[in-house]
Ligand binder design. Structure first.
Ligand SMILES: Nc1nc2c(c(=O)[nH]1)N[C@H]1C(S)=C(S)[C@@H](COP(=O)(O)OP(=O)(O)OC[C@H]3O[C@@H](n4cnc5c(=O)[nH]c(N)nc54)[C@H](O)[C@@H]3O)O[C@H]1N2
Ligand SMILES: Nc1nc2c(c(=O)[nH]1)N[C@H]1C(S)=C(S)[C@@H](COP(=O)(O)OP(=O)(O)OC[C@H]3O[C@@H](n4cnc5c(=O)[nH]c(N)nc54)[C@H](O)[C@@H]3O)O[C@H]1N2
Ligand code: SF4
Ligand SMILES: [Mo]
Length: 895
């Protein structure tokens, strides 16, 4: 790597799509926010800030492998092409499946879809967006006739009321959270309503929080529609001129919600709070409704989406500045995937199966006779078909389905039984990779080049900063090479990603003439230079709204002319009837398990776990349980609990908290079998899906809870991996600076644990050993030191409880002077390094430090906390947590 200048690129993580400036210095990637990017104007969250630390060779898959043996690219690609061909010859094209991801670039996605639907001739290509956005897609198509996100981020600054529903914006789209927070400071009449069964940190920004019963969103929004009619706040001009189906939708809403008090009771909120929300929606002109997985991931997700859109249509609050329903996308290129057609039930570039003209048009454009005629299997159906043997070969790219799909056991059995599994991933060890017959090393963020589209339809470039590690290759290259080896030379003869993007732009423009929303006609003849220098731009990008490809357009909101993409050009109300979640709690499984994300980890942690500071905020799988339920189930705070559903069991650390209501529990989705013994949430989730979108109900699983009985726990720090897998029923592995931190627990005796650890560490015999048995605390403490550097240490204790071990996170980088030796012997930091739970990832500041500062200096603002402790002074992702500490500490006594 050579040192070079700052290169503009886009964040690898969420769908906010923040602009980043990056450079390579001393072999390290350094990042900063791009002040000119219209998504973030220079802001980045904790994950974006740490992105550079994840671009490292540790853990990368560096060469292609066949059955675990390193091979040449040509051999791997030829084997794939030949095997696919043999399967097609014997069983037909439908025996082949692709399972893709919203983390592919648009160019990768385009060629994968073209190969499968257009040339192999199998419709069985789906994507992890099925688990994420598919209910929004289905809702958009029903209402608008197209999968269109009408608004733009600027609407957040122009709105007077922002409704955030089914979204933990503070943790999952932190830069948008910060934009709203800044907008509130400038406009003190801006109101924010949060709808979420949990009290998340997003409540910090909310004027009103409706902690509704899980799954009741359709009732809530139907109730709103009914209310709007009652108080005469419907926009009949808009309804009459630009929509259809209103009477039926209102009829259903009215029959459902006769009595306000009764409705409030079913929703689990106070009638007064409900009225306040309804009043604000009725009276405020500029309303944006942001929604995410609490809406989509439901067996009635599509209905939830339409119940929201109905209210915006009924009031004409759409297509105007500061107005509209706004689906927040999760992944960096979930939108790009929807655009090119990576889902089983769309063709390509917003061309649809149900339009015969579209089929003809795409066949002509791709010059193929093989284009599929019917939609294919959606993700859950697709893995079922693998399990039953209908599908004989699957190619998984940029997703980790063994962790992220529901019903882990079925997914594992399916992949085990599948005769031919190809996995393209940048990492060597993932839960899915172990089932691969062929592993292909993909170039990762910082190495690959192409485009992504964010939630507001803005196309931005991801640019490469360095050469791919080992022999890794960009996904588009891998796909086109297989295509060529299958005989489709002409259609896949792309020299580079620019040529692919241009063909895709040409397809969006092909015979479009305003009939389709997705139109990039101004990019039809983009030159290499123009592509290389492309500035972030929102689609549509046509000659009429655009002078040169690089000139930023004024934001175009869709539907500002009241025209939609349905045959009648009118938006459709959908009469949506409330349906309860597919599963019900019962005496065997009395708690509702809700699942979601934590602030500093990305999905299955293959990349975020590489940045030690991102693991310090929440280092272990946990379960939030209400104190009343914990008491009932005899579960003790910070001890390990078993969580069982009809599908399986996991173990997690109990975090007793009133953030969840009684009867509800919450667990994070991130832990895999690579990093934990028993933290994989997918083991618990069943495969109930929304009948229209096929999206799984990941937020509502009946479970039961019990204490997990164990004799002892240990915290272990090592420079090298140790083999905890076989020995401990519970273990979690965390990357720390220069090594690893393990938390383990065992049902066997302390003596057995001690013997095992001493055997594992017997290579450290030349080290000086600090050793102490603390009989009152029943703790064994061992440290192995060489040249004032710690090589390993462990503390065996009956219960880790709330002991503060944050001081161990950087211990492998520290000179072991006498103070630290004393800490290692006593098991407690004896200087100031015990921080409590880390709150600020950028500056590594813990809650203890923050609370002490608040109390000692009588601090009252986040800014003041920042100036004393540095917490919250860099990316700001921890500000909601600091605000909570300020609120709680102000009631406590000063020290
Ligand atoms: N830190 C971080 N950020 C991420 C990601 C990540 O992995 N880590 N992933 C990205 C991706 S791909 C996605 S899709 C987004 C997801 O972003 P979000 O959807 O914001 O995240 P989740 O935590 O899955 O769930 C959102 C909320 O829905 C609530 N909820 C549960 N049931 C219901 C219900 O019935 N009704 C309502 N109204 N709410 C309910 C949950 O309590 C939860 O707080 O995040 C993106 N951003
Ligand atoms: N219970 C429950 N389950 C859920 C959810 C939930 O809320 N609850 N959320 C769902 C949602 S919204 C989503 S989006 C999914 C996410 O789930 P996944 O998509 O399975 O999770 P990731 O960890 O993002 O997987 C991406 C994989 O691609 C690899 N990778 C990264 N970059 C590249 C690249 O450029 N090329 C290639 N070939 N590989 C690459 C990574 O190493 C990683 O293995 O999880 C879903 N599952
Ligand atoms: S909000 Fe954070 S994770 Fe999302 S794009 Fe921006 S910096 Fe990346
Ligand atoms: Mo997602």
């Amino acid at each position: 790597m050579v040192d070079n200048h700052w290169i503009k690129t886009t964040c690898a993580f969420c769908g906010v799509g923040c602009g980043i400036e990056a450079r390579v210095k001393n072999n390290k990637v350094i990042v900063r926010g791009d002040k000119q990017h219209p998504a973030n104007f220079g802001r980045l969250c904790s994950k974006g800030m740490a992105l550079g630390e994840t671009v490292i060779e540790q853990g990368r898959l560096l060469q292609p492998q066949i059955e675990g043996q390193t091979t040449h690219w040509d051999t791997a690609l030829t084997t794939i092409a030949d095997t696919f061909q043999n399967i097609i010859d014997e069983y037909g094209p439908e025996a082949i499946a692709f399972y893709l991801s919203g983390q592919l670039l648009t160019e990768d996605y385009y060629v994968a879809n073209k190969l499968m639907k257009g040339f192999i001739g199998s419709p069985n290509i789906d994507t992890n967006s099925r688990l994420c956005m598919s209910s929004s897609v289905a809702g958009h198509k029903r209402a608008f006739g197209s999968d269109t996100v009408p608004g733009c981020y600027e609407d957040l600054e122009k709105a007077e009321l922002i409704i955030i529903t089914g979204s933990n914006l503070a943790w999952c789209h932190p830069v948008l959270y910060q934009r709203i927070s800044a907008a509130k400071q400038l406009n003190n009449t801006l109101k924010v309503v949060l709808i979420d069964p949990r009290r998340t940190f997003t409540t910090q920004i909310a004027d009103l929080h409706l902690a509704i019963q899980p799954g009741t969103d359709v009732l809530l929004f139907n109730g709103l529609l009914h209310y709007l009619e009652k108080v005469n706040k419907l926009n009949y001009e808009f309804i009459n001129n630009h929509t259809e189906g209103f009477t039926a939708a209102l009829h259903v809403a009215t029959t459902e919600t006769i009595d306000h008090e009764q409705l409030a009771t079913i929703l689990g909120v106070s009638p007064h709070v409900l009225t306040q929300f309804y009043q604000w929606f009725a009276e405020i002109d500029n309303v944006v409704t942001l929604y995410s997985q609490g809406i989509n991931q439901s067996s009635c997700g599509t209905d939830k989406v339409n119940s929201i859109i109905n209210c915006h249509l009924a009031t004409g609050k759409i297509g105007k500045p500061g107005c509209g329903p706004f689906s927040l996308t999760g992944q960096p290129n979930a939108m790009g995937g929807r655009e090119v057609g990576g889902m089983a039930n769309t063709l390509a570039a917003h061309l649809e199966f149900n339009n015969p003209h579209h089929h003809e048009l795409l066949s002509q454009f791709w010059q193929t006779q093989r284009l599929v005629k019917q939609p294919g299997l959606k993700a859950i159906e697709l893995f079922d078909a693998i399990a039953t043997g209908k599908i004989k070969a699957v190619w998984i790219m940029a997703t980790n389905p063994v962790v992220s799909l529901p019903n882990t056991k079925l997914v594992e059995t399916a992949l085990q039984a599948c005769p031919f599994v190809v996995v393209s991933d940048c990492m060597m060890e993932t839960d899915t990779n172990q089932y691969a017959n062929i592993r292909l090393p993909a170039a990762s963020w910082g190495e690959k080049s192409g485009t992504v589209t964010n939630s507001e339809r803005r196309i931005s470039r991801q640019r490469s900063l360095k050469k791919p590690s080992g022999e890794a290759k960009p996904d588009w290259w891998i796909i086109t090479e297989v295509a060529k080896k299958m005989g489709f030379n002409q259609a896949f003869n792309f020299k580079n990603e620019v040529e692919i993007f241009k063909e895709y732009a040409q397809l969006t423009a092909y015979k479009n003439n305003g009939s389709r929303d997705l139109d990039l006609s101004a990019f039809k003849h983009l030159t290499d230079d123009e592509y290389n220098n492309l500035a972030p731009i929102q689609w549509p990008v046509t000659f009429s709204n655009q002078l040169t490809p690089n000139q930023l357009t004024k934001n175009k909101r869709f539907f500002d002319d009241g025209q939609f993409y349905t045959p009648s050009k009118k938006a459709q109300f959908i009469a949506v009837q409330f349906k309860p979640p597919a599963s019900k709690v019962n005496t065997n499984f009395p708690f509702i398990l809700n699942t979601g994300r934590i602030r500093d980890q990305w999905h299955t942690m293959t990349r975020t776990s590489l940045a030690p500071r991102l693991s310090t905020h929440i280092p272990e799988p946990f379960i939030n349980i209400h104190p009343v339920d914990a008491y009932k189930q005899q579960i003790i705070n910070f001890e390990l609990a078993r969580i069982t559903s009809s599908q399986g069991t996991v173990i997690a650390r109990a975090c007793i908290s009133e953030e969840v209501k009684p009867g509800q529990v919450f667990m994070p989705i991130h832990w895999t079998h690579v990093l934990s013994s028993n933290g994989q949430i997918g083991k618990l989730i069943n495969s109930h899906v929304d009948p229209l979108s096929g999206q799984p109900e990941s937020k509502f699983t009946p479970v039961t809870l019990s204490p997990w009985n164990y004799q002892c726990e240990a915290i272990i720090i090592t420079k090298q991996n140790i083999q905890v897998e076989e020995k401990f029923e519970y273990w979690v592995k965390q990357n720390i600076k220069n090594g690893y931190l393990y938390r383990v627990a065992s049902q066997q005796s302390v003596k057995k644990m001690l013997n095992f650890l001493l055997t594992q560490l017997n290579t450290l015999q030349s080290c000086s050993r600090l050793e102490f048995y603390d009989s009152s605390a029943q703790q064994h403490r061992y440290s192995f030191i060489q040249n004032q550097q710690l090589q390993a240490c462990f503390f065996i204790v009956p219960r880790l409880n709330q002991n503060d071990f944050t001081w161990l996170n950087e211990i492998l980088t520290t000179n072991i002077h006498v103070h630290i030796q004393q800490s290692l012997l006593s098991g407690n930091a004896i200087d100031q390094s015990a921080q409590g739970k880390i709150i600020c990832a950028c500056k590594q500041v813990g809650d203890k430090t923050i609370c002490n500062a608040i109390n000692k200096h009588h601090l009252e603002t986040v800014k003041a906390v920042g100036s004393v402790t540095q917490a919250g002074s860099v990316c700001g992702s921890c500000i909601p947590e600091i605000e909570t500490l300020l609120a709680t500490s102000s009631h406590s006594q000063s020290l």
